[in-house]
Design a protein around this ligand. Structure first.
Ligand SMILES: [Zn+2]
Length: 301
């Protein structure tokens, strides 16, 4: 299993499915990228309730043991649409383990009136609960607006993140060069996270050289995802990677294709640990510490 494979790359193990080393119920672990609203729509409110209970129980237990706040698992609920923070706070804001970002995904809605969309975003960013700007970026696969318009909206959000000293969460699909050009202009002044990293080693090197972090989702565990494992190994050299679900999407093996929730993240942590030849707990602790630092987490706020 994981320990006996120490030192071997996961993709050198003959494609055998990695057994979850973590027993049920699934452990609540930090997930820096989830869309809880969509998780509820896809999996039902009961599943969200189960998730709340498990994370809350972990918090209650940790408090009894005097474990510091920096070690408590949290979920970052990600904004995608103009002015969507109010509703998300209403739905999830009572849970101390849920943090929020706000951002404009490069979709039709944001481009109807980009100026108005940015104004709504600025209002959301002013809220104390908002710990990051994103997701924003470039999507030349779905192509819901022409490239120039996408770049302009992305640049505006990158500038806003820099002005407010907020981490920037970047969506980049089939748009490597243009994404790199925008994030390079930030000069490493704020944390820039390439979320659901889905390029290869060459692109990983370039984003890392520009001062970015790479965040890996469940697609890391899929067959034929060797380039992602290579990218993870490269990012691990500088301790510049994070782990996420992008739930309800990207359900890690063996549940690929089914809707996911943050409770599925354990399998991605376990797979990443096997790729890097470390114990899952070691990797979980390191990513927890890094994630906490980036999002300046203050519990209970
Ligand atoms: Zn997302």
């Amino acid at each position: 299993m994981l320990t006996s494979n120490k030192g071997k790359k996961a993709y050198e193990l003959g494609g055998a499915p990695i057994k979850p080393a973590l027993s049920s119920p699934p452990p609540p672990l930090t997930d820096i990228h989830a869309h809880l609203g969509h998780v509820g729509e896809r999996l039902g409110l009961e599943e969200l309730e189960r998730l709340y209970k498990l994370y809350q129980a972990a918090w209650d237990e940790a408090k009894l043991k005097g474990i510091p706040a920096s070690q408590l698992p949290f979920i970052m609920d990600i904004g995608t649409r103009p002015g969507d923070l109010t509703q998300r706070r209403k739905n999830f804001g009572s849970h101390p383990f849920v943090l929020f970002s706000a951002g404009l995904w490069p979709g039709r809605e944001a481009f109807l009136d980009p100026g108005a969309s940015l104004e709504l975003l600025e209002a959301d960013l002013s809220h104390d609960s908002c710990r990051a700007l994103g997701e924003c970026g470039l999507d030349y696969f779905h192509m819901e607006a022409e490239c120039g318009a996408q770049i302009a909206l992305f640049e505006a959000q990158a500038a806003l993140a820099q002005a407010r000293n907020l981490p920037l969460i970047v969506h980049s699909r089939d748009a490597f060069e243009d994404s790199l050009a925008v994030v390079s202009s930030l000069g490493g002044k704020i944390p820039v996270i390439i979320h659901c990293f889905n390029y290869g080693p060459r692109e990983a090197e370039a984003f890392l050289a520009a001062g970015c972090l790479l965040s890996f989702a469940g697609n890391l565990t899929y067959r034929k995802a060797e380039p992602l494992s290579e990218a993870l190994s490269i990012a691990a050299k500088g301790q510049t990677f994070l782990i996420e679900t992008d739930s309800p999407y990207m359900n890690p093996t063996p549940n690929r294709g089914r809707p996911s929730s943050p409770l599925d993240i354990g399998r991605t942590y376990a797979f990443a640990a096997s790729v890097l030849g470390v114990e899952p707990t070691e990797l979980i602790d390191a990513v927890q510490e890094r994630s906490f630092k980036i999002f300046h987490f203050v519990p209970g706020v």
